[in-house]
Design a protein around this ligand. Structure first.
Ligand SMILES: Nc1nc2c(c(=O)[nH]1)N[C@H]1C(S)=C(S)[C@@H](COP(=O)(O)OP(=O)(O)OC[C@H]3O[C@@H](n4cnc5c(=O)[nH]c(N)nc54)[C@H](O)[C@@H]3O)O[C@H]1N2
Ligand SMILES: Nc1nc2c(c(=O)[nH]1)N[C@H]1C(S)=C(S)[C@@H](COP(=O)(O)OP(=O)(O)OC[C@H]3O[C@@H](n4cnc5c(=O)[nH]c(N)nc54)[C@H](O)[C@@H]3O)O[C@H]1N2
Ligand SMILES: [Mo]
Length: 773
């Protein structure tokens, strides 16, 4: 059925990328900055002597000579380098209550924060304060807390290694491991699942490996929108004939076909390249089952080959020498019935056996994955089943083979490496003690979900956020918003205003910081920072733009200012010296952590250096010293979704957003224009409810058994139903709006990752809407 033109819902028929992507860059520049400076800054993006793109954590090709085009990067940079300013005068014009009624786009589009500000309850406004005043207020609250464990210190993944290291040093010197971070809502299932499997919670491949892979399996990610530079890699792989198998419930255009803006022929001829050789529309939440099916297929092919006198298709030498637990895995796979695999995955035995054949034929395989794998009740299981599959054929520690978790924020991996970790690993604590002479706390701190629960219960009274928009990113705004409003003090170090800043507690402070594109001048001269990408490459980044206000401070300078005020000379750390020259912070990192030898020298090499990755050398830092096959018994289906009419909803990013930052209202590749109030549903599911495309519907959360009934408001109202190519029983709607449907307790038990992508919901005609409305 075709909807009227003004509905903003019409199928997008072009390949992803191409001229439309170039046009989007031009519009992004036009909307936020002037064209000359916009173009100049884009040309410095991800260049050896430029700044690291804040867009995502996909690595740069080694010898970047030409500007690597990326729509996502262009939007991230122009959004930061905007000419708009959120000055104290702007905050004089609008009360906090008024700003709260605005949408997320309009709040951030006020522009760059220019001055430190504090909330004034008597006028319901943010008002300018001095830096020293801000630091003194923070110190007085932190010093008065009965226990340091009553404070939470959040990090979003844009902070540099230097800022994050200084921050964790301050927080541990203060006395807690309460380090909720965005990773807890993102790849935590990877960080928890992979160490048990291969001894490290990071990817094992390098960018060059993609040139040597005979098969790439892409699961649960949407690189055309979220990692456009990965499309260059997939495009090249497809061109050289490597099969690319996609597991994704939604048909995502970039994974179907892509026109590379770097490719003059495709651009000139309006042609494109097919990306996926096989597109498997797995049910939302069905990946562990699908992976078990593929592995069953592999074992069957192996048995056949052995029976025919062949050597089998498994890498038996690898399994014998490098792994444990194969027999238990094989027993479990044999005990798992095909009918159950088909039901839980929504995929046919035939299609899974086909993938098994491709996998057996390929010498080297890479599996890349994103949020469609991790943000589930079974997130950790999903990740571990991927690793099992790779181990069956020894796909670790060889060129062209390995696991590739595709990280989100540009330095989320680096933040964890340098100590943003509520689990406080022993080696880190020992390193801090060695270099800084104090004993950091050992007790595990709070992750993001636990931090909100502690704040809600009144066990935590203070929250500091090094970037991000925690309250909006977190599940269950009914509970989360109410919780953060109970805080004694909230402190936000940020580039732009957002809703979390407006959910004011008794005291709220916003501290404006430099962005990555901006010149960072300290006593020791112009400073560079460093970041670690998804493939463990550490490299330098130097901003060049003039800062939007002379009041801004760098993140390290702000953290150091707070540390000095709070610690009052305790621990004898020379914070000023480290801020004067970030090289000293890097010396500290090198002293505390393994793998950073010669840190300051090695970041001067173009492209930086790679941190050691054990599995890439077939070294396994697990308790047994071997890689572990890990069994997921049964298929762990969610009993709530077996009932009729309960759908599993995945919350999704649109093409025009960066997490909670809403750049605009189009989701071009999915055919949505000028709006976000839609839900993607299978046409048969709609029909089964007596609904049709274009109808207005409500989504209602279906709570856990035994959990309190869905709280008032756990309904997302008045969405327009879009008939989409998605499996029956699965649905999609945009994040963060759909977070009202995600219970705070709805998390992966092993990693604590919120189950943002398997939310049981019912769909019904919107209250008050007649048929056809
Ligand atoms: N432009 C832009 N870039 C970004 C971001 C952004 O918001 N905007 N965010 C950054 C961050 S922090 C992150 S973590 C990454 C996120 O990047 P992605 O990992 O790509 O995350 P999502 O867009 O949330 O969704 C991923 C995909 O998973 C699919 N999916 C949903 N449920 C399932 C499932 O059960 N199984 C499978 N196999 N697939 C499923 C969806 O259809 C979608 O295509 O991107 C980073 N880059
Ligand atoms: N339902 C649902 N919820 C989700 C997800 C989902 O898929 N579905 N995804 C989750 C994921 S993967 C993630 S990573 C989280 C994201 O959670 P966060 O990382 O907390 O959120 P962002 O939206 O990236 O944060 C945006 C804010 O960061 C600030 N900022 C931007 N640049 C800088 C900088 O350089 N320095 C500082 N100090 N501040 C800066 C700006 O003020 C901006 O408003 O959300 C999670 N929430
Ligand atoms: Mo993320």
């Amino acid at each position: 059925m075709t909807l009227p033109d003004d509905s903003g819902i019409r199928p997008y028929t072009h390949p992803a990328g191409g001229w439309d992507a170039l046009g989007a860059v031009a519009r992004a520049i036009h909307g936020q900055m002037n064209a000359v400076s916009g173009t100049r800054i884009m040309l410095r993006n991800n260049q050896p002597d430029g700044f690291d793109c804040p867009g995502c954590a996909w690595p740069d090709p080694k010898h970047t000579s030409a500007f690597e085009f990326c729509e996502n990067g262009a939007k991230a940079v122009t959004w930061e380098a905007t000419r708009k300013r959120a000055t104290p005068e702007v905050f004089q014009r609008h009360t906090v209550s008024e700003l709260l009624s605005w949408n997320d786009h309009d709040i951030e589009d006020l522009g760059r924060l220019t001055h430190p500000m504090a909330y004034d309850a008597s006028t319901d406004r943010y008002v300018q304060i001095g830096w020293d005043e801000a630091f003194a207020r923070i110190a007085s609250v932190l010093q008065a807390l009965p226990s340091p464990d009553m404070a939470e210190f959040y990090t979003s993944g844009r902070a540099s290694n230097e800022a994050a290291f200084l921050y964790q040093l301050f927080v541990r010197a203060y006395g807690t491991n309460n380090f909720p971070d965005c990773s807890n809502m993102c790849h935590e299932a990877t960080s928890v699942g992979l160490p048990q499997s291969i001894g490290i919670g990071k990817g094992t491949v390098s960018l060059e490996d993609f040139d040597h892979a005979d098969l790439i399996i892409s699961m649960g990610h949407n690189p055309g929108t979220n990692h456009p530079r990965m499309m260059t890699t997939l495009h090249a792989a497809s061109r050289r004939g490597a099969p690319i198998v996609v597991f994704n419930p939604l048909r995502e255009r970039a994974l179907e076909r892509f026109a590379a803006p770097q490719d003059p022929i495709e651009m000139a001829t309006f042609t494109s390249t097919d990306i996926a050789s096989d597109y498997l529309q797995v049910k939302v939440g069905g990946d562990a089952a699908a992976l078990k099916g593929v592995m069953k297929g592999v074992l069957a092919i192996d048995a056949e080959d052995l029976a025919a006198g062949g050597p089998g298709v498994l890498d038996r030498a690898f399994i014998a020498q490098h792994t444990q637990g194969f027999e238990a895995l094989a027993d479990d796979l044999h005990a798992t019935a095909w009918a159950d695999v088909e039901r839980a995955s929504g995929l046919s035995r035939e299609s899974l056996e086909h993938v098994a054949r491709l996998y057996c034929r390929a010498k080297s395989t890479i599996v890349a994955f994103g949020m469609g794998i991790t943000q589930h009740r079974l997130g950790t299981d999903n990740v571990q089943q991927i690793s099992n599959l790779l181990m069956l054929k020894g796909n670790y520690g060889r060129p062209g083979a390995g696991i590739c978790p595709v990280r989100g924020h540009s330095n989320v991996q680096g933040n964890r490496t340098v100590g943003i970790d509520e689990k406080a690993p022993l080696a880190l604590r020992q390193g801090i003690e060695r270099v800084y002479g104090f004993t950091p706390p050992a007790q595990r701190g709070h992750d993001a979900g636990e931090a909100i629960e502690a704040i809600e219960a009144g066990r935590s009274k203070f929250l500091m956020c090094l970037g991000g928009n925690l309250a909006v990113a977190m599940a269950d705004p009914q509970r989360t918003f109410a919780a953060v409003r109970r805080l004694e003090m909230a402190v936000h170090i940020a580039t732009k205003p957002n809703r979390s800043h407006l959910l004011v507690g008794r005291q709220s402070i916003v501290l404006p910081c430099l962005g990555r594109t901006e010149l960072d001048l300290q006593a020791g001269g112009v400073q560079s920072i460093t970041v670690e990408d998804s493939m463990s490459m550490v490299h330098a980044s130097t901003g060049r733009l003039p800062p939007p206000s002379d009041q801004l401070r760098s993140e390290p300078a702000i953290v150091a200012g707070i540390a000095k005020a709070v610690l009052q000379g305790r621990h004898g750390i020379d914070w000023d010296a480290m801020v004067a020259d970030y090289g000293r912070i890097r010396d500290g990192i090198e002293g505390v952590l393994a793998g950073f030898d010669g840190y300051n020298a090695r970041i001067r090499q173009p492209g930086g250096f790679r941190l050691p990755i054990g599995p890439a050398e077939r070294v396994w830092h697990t308790p047994s010293g071997k890689a572990q096959f890990l069994v997921m018994p049964g298929l762990k289906e969610d009993p709530r979704t077996s009932g009729a009419q309960v759908l599993t909803l995945a919350t999704l990013r649109s093409h025009d957003q960066y997490n909670t930052t809403i750049y605009g209202f189009d989701d071009r590749y999915r055919g949505i224009f000028g709006r976000r109030d839609v839900v993607f549903l299978n046409a048969d599911d709609l029909a089964a409810q007596g609904l049709a495309a274009g109808d207005r519907v409500d989504l209602e959360a279906v709570p856990f058994k035994g959990e309190a009934p869905a709280p008032e408001g756990a309904v997302l109202r008045n969405l327009t139903a879009v008939a989409y190519d998605i499996p029956r029983g699965s649905a999609g709607a945009y994040y963060p709006e759909a977070n009202v449907l995600v219970g705070l307790a709805h998390r992966d038990a092993q990693s604590g990752t919120p189950s943002y992508k398997s939310v049981p919901v019912r769909v019904r005609r919107a209250a008050g809407a007649g048929p056809g409305q």
